[in-house]
Design a protein around this ligand. Structure first.
Ligand SMILES: Nc1ncnc2c1ncn2[C@@H]1O[C@H](COP(=O)(O)OP(=O)(O)OP(=O)(O)O)[C@@H](O)[C@H]1O
Ligand SMILES: [Mg+2]
Length: 345
């Protein structure tokens, strides 16, 4: 069988969780070897040619802080490749780094992509990995990888429900017997929270802040539920009216108000999936609850917020930022699992 040939005996194989916010690379037998933001910094030359200056953490530090000659780009938006050339450079960089800069190794690569991708978008991921030096590319769907990484018994004839909230997408999936029974993917995730926080600061306080500050606010004091003692944080930005720099104090209630809408959209997506779950599997979900994965799961109170909305128990996976990568890695190590998982795609 093709997969045996592809993944049977080679040890240079890689699994990649190509995320809108973070890219994680797993090497067969070695676990996670790279975990970096999906950001590329490009230096523009006088002749208009661009060269890669930095990738990952170093490039993220530059986001929003670059002079005119440098550009920091996030090649993925809402779970899909928005800038093909830059995505290819990023994948090439990570593949090379995974093999200690030996560019002669052409690995077989397992890439995790959102379930909601169109054929054209899937092809873009495949093509960029081939162009970046991969020899063979197999795509796996994010909800299944998330469920495996969260330790759910997806082989059993039982309804396992997982919600993966990443930077660009939220994927809701119900899995039974290794197949995705019901699912929904929406283009709402951590990035949207950041954007809503930026708009809110502008509208309420006339304060202009950048993407990185938006994210920092979310991580430090963001919350999905009302807290008894709201947290405070002082933030800096530019006054929209006077143009001067200023510092103000905001509270976690501001953030809760700011992200109300995307939270609502996520809970609606969850309800829509629950509405169409076959009755026997629904019983399992009532009994076992729902598991949250992805970095968005770390938003304070999101589990209780969703639990209240859908009236079911909601749990956070042990290491939500790594669930998808760990699940993809498990498929890299276990060819039988990979065969079953990809059989009904
Ligand atoms: N403590 C935290 N609280 C709230 N959000 C957080 C926290 N830590 C990380 N995040 C958010 O999680 C998101 C990144 O999650 P993750 O790495 O799962 O996304 P991704 O896999 O890159 O994206 P996608 O799956 O949508 O393509 C970012 O938006 C980040 O701001
Ligand atoms: Mg992800």
């Amino acid at each position: 069988m093709l997969l045996d040939r592809l993944f049977g005996m080679f040890s240079n194989d890689l699994a990649i969780d190509l995320g809108t916010a973070n890219t994680i690379v797993i090497s067969k037998g070695h676990g996670i070897i790279i975990n970096e933001p999906s950001v590329v910094a490009l230096q523009k030359s006088r002749y208009g040619k661009k060269r890669v200056l930095a990738v990952g953490k170093e490039a993220k530090e530059m986001l929003g802080k670059t002079p005119d000659t440098i550009e920091a780009i996030r090649p993925l938006k809402e779970g899909v490749i928005a800038d093909f050339d830059v995505a290819e450079e990023m994948i090439r960089f990570f593949i090379k780094k995974a093999h200690n800069r030996n560019s002669f190794i052409r690995p077989r690569v397992l890439i995790c992509v959102p379930y909601g991708l169109t054929q054209v978008e899937r092809k873009a991921v495949r093509d960029s990995a081939y162009s970046a030096g991969a020899r063979d590319v197999i795509l796996v769907e994010e909800p299944k990888a998330a469920a495996i990484g969260a330790g759910l018994p997806i082989k059993d004839p039982r309804g396992n429900m997982v919600i993966d909230i990443g930077g660009g997408t939220t994927e809701v999936g119900v899995i039974s017997l290794e197949g995705l029974v019901r699912s929904k993917s929406i283009k709402v995730g951590g990035d949207r929270f950041d954007q809503e926080i930026i708009s809110y600061m502008k509208n309420k306080y006339n304060l202009l802040i950048g993407e990185r500050t938006g994210e920092a606010i979310k991580i430090e004091i963001g919350t999905a539920i009302k807290e008894d003692e709201p947290k405070k944080m002082s933030i800096k930005g530019r006054d929209q009216v006077s143009g001067l720099l200023k510092e103000i104090e905001i509270s976690s209630e501001d953030v809760r108000e700011a992200i109300k809408e995307p939270l609502e959209e996520i809970s609606t997506a969850v309800v829509e999936v629950l509405e169409v779950v076959p009755p026997d599997l629904a019983g399992d979900i009532v009994e076992n609850g729902i598991v949250l994965t992805g970095g968005g799961a770390l938003l304070n109170g999101l589990d209780s917020y969703l639990s209240k909305r859908v009236e079911l128990p909601v749990y956070i996976a042990e290491n939500p930022l790594l669930s998808v990568a760990n699940g993809t890695g498990a498929m890299l190590e276990d060819i039988e699992l990979l065969k079953h998982i990809t059989a009904n795609d």
